[in-house]
Design a protein around this ligand. Structure first.
Ligand code: PA5
Length: 446
C-alpha cells in the first residue's frame, strides 16, 4: 500500500503540464544514471537498494543488541551530528509518544552542539538512571561528537568502571577506517558498520538509525519493508509512475523560474525533526557549485502566528510543500459548554484533526492566492511503513533532483571550509599556515 502521496495539482497556475512533460527526459536520464551507477558520486549509491539488501541476519543482530540495551538501560545517549543524528531524531519524534518522559527507554542526543551547559544538564538528567551510549560517526573523526564522547566516556568510566562502561557503549562507524573504529577495537565496544558506499545523510536506514530506533522500540523490519515498498512508486523513467521523479521535476521547474526556496510546511509537531532531516538531505546534496534550492521548514499552525505573515506577503521566491498527516494516533473533540461564554460552541463536537485540516486548507489557498506555488505530500499515518516510504521517497527524489541540477548530490565539499578554519584557529597540527592568516583576520575583529 502506498502511504505517501505527492500531489502538485494546486500548482496549475504556476507550472503547466507541458513544462512538466518537457522535464520528463531529464528525469529519465537521471534515473538511468542512478540505475547504471555511472553518474556523479556513483561510489555512494549503496542506499539505493540497501533496505532490500540489508538482510534478516543484520536486522536480527541490531534487534538483539537493542534488546540487551533495553533490558539494562533507562536512557540511551546517542552521540552524533548531521546524518549521524537527524534521521534517528526525526524517526523517534515521528513514531514515539510526543513527550520524552513517556518514552521508555528514553533516547537522548549529544554531540550535535559544542556546549558545556547542554552536556552538564544531560549528565545531571541521567545521574540516577541506568545509561547506555551509542556513539555514531561515519568518519570517526568529527569534532563535535568526538569531544562530547570524551566527556561522556569519562563519565561512564567513572560511574561504571572501564569494563562495564565498555559493555554499555556501542560504536557505529566505518568498517575499517577512522579513530572511532580504532577506539572501539581497543576498548572492546560492540560495533556496527556503516557501509562504505553510503554517505552520512543517506545513512538513516543503516545501523546509524536502525540501532537507536530499535532501542526506542521502533519496529525496524517494518520500516525497511516500508522503504522497499516505496521502490515501486519511486522508480522508473516515467514521471507519471515515478513520484520521486515528478517531485524532483516540479522543484527544478520552479527553481528555474526564480522560486529558490522550498518551505516544507507541516501541521503536526511530530514531523518537526523529520523536516530537519530533510533540510540536511536536501541542502547538503544540492547546495553547491553556486546552485541549489534552499530548504526551510515551518511548523504550522504555530508558525502561522510568526512567519505566516512573511509566507503570505513576503518576497515571492518561495514555493511550499505541505506535509499532511491523514490519521493521527488519537483524536479529541472540542467539548460543548452550556453557557458558551467563549463563543466556541460552533466548534463543539468537531475533532482537532478536522479543525487542523481546515487550517491547512485555508492556508494553502491563502498562500496560492498570495503567489506561493504549493503542493501536498499526504502521509497515511504515524507508522513505520509510512516513515520507511517517506525516507526512501526523499532520498530518491533528492538524488534525481541533484542530477537534474548537474551537481554531485553525494558529496559535501563546502562543509570542509569551516572545519579547516576551526582546526587552524584551534592550533591543530598541519594547519599552521592557515592559522597565521586567520589569526591576523580575527585579531581586532571579535
Ligand atoms: O552527510 C554527511 O556526510 C554529513 O553531514 C555527516 O553526516 C556529518 O558531517 C557527520 O559526519 P560523521 O558521521 O562522519 O561524524
Amino acid at each position: 500500500m502506498q502511504n505517501v502521496l505527492y500531489n502538485h495539482k494546486f500548482m496549475s497556475g504556476f507550472l503547466s503540464s507541458d513544462e512538466l512533460e518537457a522535464y520528463a527526459p531529464a528525469v529519465a536520464q537521471a534515473e538511468k544514471s542512478l540505475s547504471a551507477k555511472d553518474g556523479l558520486g556513483n561510489d555512494y549509491l549503496g542506499w539505493l537498494d540497501l533496505p532490500k539488501r540489508i538482510g534478516k541476519d543484520a536486522v536480527s543482530a541490531i534487534n538483539d543488541k537493542a534488546q540487551e540495551i533495553r533490558a539494562k538501560a533507562d536512557v540511551l545517549i546517542c552521540v552524533g551530528i548531521g546524518g549521524s543524528y537527524l534521521g534517528t531524531k526525526g524517526a523517534i519524534e515521528f513514531l514515539s509518544p510526543t513527550f520524552e518522559d513517556l518514552r521508555k527507554p528514553r533516547v537522548i542526543f549529544a554531540g550535535h552542539t559544542i556546549n558545556s551547559d547542554y552536556l552538564t544538564d544531560l549528565l545531571e538528567l541521567v545521574k540516577d538512571k541506568e545509561v547506555a551510549v551509542n556513539v555514531i560517526s561515519k568518519s570517526g573523526t568529527t569534532t563535535e561528537p568526538a569531544i562530547a564522547f570524551r566527556i561522556i566516556r569519562q563519565w561512564m568510566e567513572q560511574r561504571y568502571g572501564r569494563k562495564e562502561a565498555a559493555a554499555r557503549i556501542v560504536a557505529t562507524t566505518d568498517p575499517v577506517v577512522g579513530a572511532l573504529r580504532k577506539l572501539a577495537k581497543e576498548e572492546g565496544y560492540a560495533a556496527f558498520e556503516i557501509p562504505a558506499d553510503v554517505g552520512g545523510r543517506f545513512s538513516v536506514m543503516t545501523p546509524v538509525g536502525l540501532f537507536p530506533m530499535a532501542v526506542a522500540g521502533i519496529d525496524i523490519a517494518k520500516l525497511l519493508e516500508g522503504a522497499v515498498s516505496a521502490y515501486d512508486f519511486c522508480s522508473g523513467e516515467s514521471i507519471e509512475k515515478n513520484m520521486a521523479g515528478r517531485y524532483a521535476a516540479v522543484r527544478n521547474i520552479l527553481f528555474r523560474k526564480g522560486y529558490t526556496t522550498e518551505v516544507m510546511a507541516t501541521f503536526q509537531p511530530q514531523l518537526h525533526f523529520f523536516c530537519e532531516w530533510w533540510k540536511q538531505l536536501s541542502g547538503e546534496s544540492e547546495g553547491k557549485d553556486g546552485t541549489g534550492i534552499f530548504p526551510a521548514g515551518l511548523d504550522y499552525t504555530t508558525d502561522l502566528h510568526s512567519l505566516g505573515q512573511w509566507m503570505q506577503e513576503g518576497v515571492r521566491n518561495v514555493f511550499e510543500t505541505f506535509m499532511i498527516l491523514k490519521n493521527t494516533a488519537s483524536t479529541m473533540a472540542v467539548p460543548k459548554f452550556e453557557d458558551d461564554s467563549d463563543d466556541l460552541n460552533y466548534l463543539a463536537g468537531r475533532s482537532f484533526e478536522d479543525i487542523n485540516d481546515k487550517a491547512f486548507q485555508g492556508t494553502i489557498l491563502a498562500h496560492l492566492d498570495g503567489g506561493v506555488p504549493s503542493a501536498t505530500l499526504t502521509l497515511q499515518d504515524r507508522s513505520e511503513t509510512t516513515l520507511g516510504q517517506l525516507f526512501y521517497f526523499f532520498q530518491k527524489s533528492v538524488a534525481l533532483s541533484g542530477y537534474i541540477l548537474r551537481v554531485n548530490p553525494f558529496d559535501q565539499p563546502g562543509v570542509e571550509a569551516y572545519k579547516k578554519n576551526m582546526f587552524a584557529l584551534l592550533g591543530k597540527k598541519g594547519f599552521e599556515k592557515q592559522a597565521e592568516a586567520l589569526l591576523g583576520r580575527v585579531k581586532d575583529s571579535f
